[in-house]
Design a protein around this ligand. Structure first.
Ligand code: FES
Ligand SMILES: [Fe+2]
Length: 329
């Protein structure tokens, strides 16, 4: 099953700044998780009290322990119940009095959780975006869509819809006819590029749900895209990174970052301005897809050999990921 495979990857679940000493609830793969920070760092536990199933995120931190709001059982950062008020200080705490603890970390301005031991690290960026002075990267924001992460990410790698869904925004400069392009498999995903004579769009996908859409201006006269302000010139690169976090089978929390090697004097907010409109255009078509889950069997839905070659490979790679998880179980 794809879901078993997804449990073994890191997924972003919250914006780092929004996770504080106050317990808060997030969701990943249908599971509610309580997150908070203590003196030692981040804590992520199953958000369901072992006693009567109440969400622990509704409780508070008492003496460094997470206290359930119902009968006051107190959990330590490993998920073990350390104190049950009804038993008093000398009471023997049952050994089953614990909830699952998950691996959790900060990265790229987000908090990431892996429900089981991860098989891969957090995804890399295509250039030295985070460390090099030649690049400036910032998180544009997060969006919640009522669709699956697979549908969302497939939309992000699909440029054949630009001239219909994003008229006047991200249209292919040379029209909707799709010219030959090569899709290749990489160690942890896939890659392809498409040149519309103004922009070279270089797509790098890291399984399961990370996409870097690296746009380089190739027209000698320069070009302007919806995500760029002012005069772009040949050599300017803007990378938009989408990570789809599967909160549930038909709900996705989308994180978007933007990285650029130009226009450092322009405020970040100016780059994020057109994003909301384009994301909204995509949300409407993606939420209208039936079923909400991405069909992984190639016999489902109808594919165009060239124009859909990215989606065809993406579905195959997800299917292989799911098959490998089944073998490992
Ligand atoms: S439900 Fe949590 S302490 Fe009773
Ligand atoms: Fe789109």
């Amino acid at each position: 099953m794809l879901e078993s495979a997804l449990r073994r990857y890191w997924h972003p679940v919250a914006v780092s700044d929004e996770v504080t000493a106050e317990p808060t609830q997030v969701k990943l793969l249908g599971e509610n998780i309580v997150l908070y920070r203590d003196a030692e760092g981040l804590v992520a536990l199953r958000d369901k009290c072992v006693h009567r199933g109440v969400a622990l995120s509704g409780g508070c931190i008492r003496d460094g322990l997470l206290m359930c709001p119902y009968h006051g059982w107190q959990y330590d950062r490993a998920g073990k119940v350390a104190f049950i008020p009804a038993l008093g200080t000398d009471g023997a705490i049952p050994s089953q009095a614990r909830v699952d603890r998950y691996q959790v970390r900060d990265g790229y301005g987000a908090v990431w959780v892996a429900l089981e031991t991860p098989v891969a690290d957090m995804p890399p960026w295509p250039d030295d975006d985070w460390a090099s002075d030649d690049w400036h990267v910032f998180m544009v924001g997060t969006w919640t869509w009522q669709s699956s992460a697979g549908r969302m990410l497939e939309n992000a790698i699909d440029f054949a819809h630009f001239n219909f869904v994003h008229e006047g925004f991200t249209e292919l400069a040379d029209g909707p006819f799709i010219k030959p392009f090569e899709v290749e498999t990489t160690d942890d995903g896939m890659r392809y590029a498409y040149d519309d004579s103004v922009l070279l769009r270089d797509y790098t996908l890291h399984l399961p749900f990370t996409l870097h859409d690296r746009k380089s201006v190739v027209a000698p006269s320069g070009g302007v895209t919806w995500s760029e302000q002012g005069d772009s010139k040949a050599g300017d690169v803007t990378t938009i990174t989408f990570i789809a976090s599967p909160t549930d089978t038909a709900e996705t929390l989308i994180f978007v970052w933007l990285s650029r090697n130009h226009s450092f004097d322009t405020p970040d907010a100016a780059f994020g301005a057109g994003f909301h409109e384009v994301m909204e255009q995509d949300r409407i078509v993606v939420e209208a897809q039936d079923p909400a889950e991405l069909p992984l069997d190639p016999r489902e839905e109808l594919h165009l050999k060239l124009a859909d070659s990215g989606s065809i490979l993406y579905r195959r790679l997800l299917r292989e990921l799911a098959d490998r998880a089944d073998i490992a179980v």
